[in-house]
Design a protein around this ligand. Structure first.
Ligand SMILES: Cc1ncc(COP(=O)(O)O)c(C=O)c1O
Length: 432
């Protein structure tokens, strides 16, 4: 009997099943309608695809079970979070023990050992000296942007087309991915201090801008923007040019970090030295924790606390999140030797179907026509994978367009890889 976690899909009901539908009906009555995509009843009555989500009831490893008892294989790892697999026992065990010790400490006022140990561990892994912890990815990016302002005294920020850094109120200004849509109703409230440049574009054109900005914010590989890898040497050139102009370089490694692209962080694999690095997603093994890591030179520009912290949050350095992160980093470290092999297996299978692939390690973009349609058909076959990306912007030096994005657990089982590749092949083979 294959353990729940390493299993292939088992579907007992149509997808979504009656229990998921009933939950989604209740959700629809209570949640702001802009949040969860729901069934389009009209579309359904016309015999078109049913868009309701499945409602997750249980997850372990790469398996998710929905409210109807259907088992899926999750190639999203829940937005890249479950790098060590869902509910890894080492993570949940450490958290259970911590729940008995200390659930909550007091942010900037009274710290606790877990928070200190996590910052020490992150410093050892990244080579960065200091950290500001947060709960979400956007927390980490906002902390980094504030740090850059402190360090340079300059208000300007340079970000890139296709870049995604979260949707919180402050960080919305730095959005490159579907900027018009996401900023739309808020455009009058979004700071005008951010300039966008084409991702992977001509660096020579950036020179005049760089001397005006304090921060250069970039994903080493754009995740949500479509798993886009910039041309070789482009990031090196960007880092050097930014440093020459006195700007602080922020690498947003919320997607690429914590083992997803092989190694701990993409900047290390590239041999680059950003001043600030943002991590989140996989860091907490499913618990919300994030960090802005930085060099002492940049972080110490904040100066010492004068009693009232200039930057803090109620849940800053939450003991449960920090405990989960410490355990999750241990598990990821153990998985690091197999990331290459697992990723090769997945890539070789998909390449064998004649598909183009983007990305690095276990961050894979599959180039297919109609990735949204494919993701819907895969759901019906028991595989979770989402589309990512947008149309290319003028001047970009990278391929644009949508892909099917795969960000599975790093320890996705070969049986699950084979099953997924087989399903993709079957679905695409049946297309006219
Ligand atoms: C690269 C990157 N930065 C920042 C974020 C924002 O993280 P969060 O949604 O946790 O605020 C994301 C989320 O997808 C991301 O991919």
């Amino acid at each position: 009997m294959v353990a729940f976690g390493d299993a292939l899909p088992t579907l007992k009901t149509p997808v979504p099943g009656p229990a998921s539908r009933a939950w989604v009906d209740r959700l629809a009555r209570r949640e702001c309608p802009a949040i969860t995509a729901r069934r389009q009843r009209r579309a359904e009555s016309l015999g078109l695809a049913d868009d309701d989500p499945i409602v997750w009831a249980r997850a372990r490893g790469a398996n998710v079970e929905d409210a109807d008892g259907n088992v899926f294989v999750d190639l999203t790892a829940g937005f890249g979070v479950a790098a060590a697999g869902h509910a890894h026992p080492a993570v949940t065990g450490a958290v259970s023990a911590q729940l008995d010790r200390l659930v909550h400490a007091m942010g900037d006022a009274f710290p606790d050992p877990q928070r200190i140990k996590l910052m020490e561990r992150l410093a050892a892994l990244s080579g960065m000296d200091r950290a500001i912890l947060g709960s979400s990815g956007s927390d980490a990016v906002e902390a980094a942007l504030k740090t850059a302002r402190m360090a340079t005294g300059r208000d300007g920020v340079l970000a890139f087309t296709g870049g995604y850094h979260g949707l919180s109120y402050g960080v919305l200004a730095a959005l490159g991915y579907k900027r018009d849509a996401f900023q739309g109703p808020f455009s009058g409230q979004v700071g005008a201090h951010v300039r966008l440049a084409p991702f992977g574009g001509d660096l020579a054109e950036l020179s005049p801008l760089l001397s005006q900005v304090g921060a250069v914010l970039v994903e080493p590989i754009q995740g949500r923007g479509g798993v886009r890898v910039p041309p070789p040497g482009w990031l090196d050139g960007l880092v050097n040019a930014a440093h020459d102009a006195g700007a602080v370089v922020i690498f947003d490694e919320i997607y690429t970090g914590c083992g997803r692209t092989g190694g701990w962080f993409a900047f290390q694999a590239l041999g680059l030295r950003p001043d600030l690095v943002c991590v989140g997603k996989g860091l907490g093994g499913g618990f919300p924790v994030s960090a802005c890591l930085g060099t002492a030179a940049v972080m110490d520009a904040w100066g010492g606390s004068r009693g009232e912290a200039l930057h803090t949050q109620t849940f800053l350095g939450h003991p449960i999140g920090c405990t989960a992160a410490l355990a999750s980093l241990d598990v990821i470290e153990g998985l690091m030797p197999i990331v290459d092999e697992t990723s090769q297996l997945l890539r070789a299978g998909l390449a064998g179907l004649g598909l183009g692939l983007r990305g690095r390690g276990m961050l894979v973009g599959v180039e297919v026509a109609d990735p949204l349609g494919l993701s819907r058909e895969l759901l019906q076959a028991g595989y979770l994978a989402l589309p990512a990306g947008d149309a290319p912007a003028p001047g970009e030096g990278v391929a644009g367009g949508m892909v099917l994005a795969l960000t599975p657990p790093l320890n996705l089982h070969p049986r699950q890889i084979a099953g997924f590749v087989d399903s993709v092949g079957r679905i695409l083979g049946a297309r006219p």
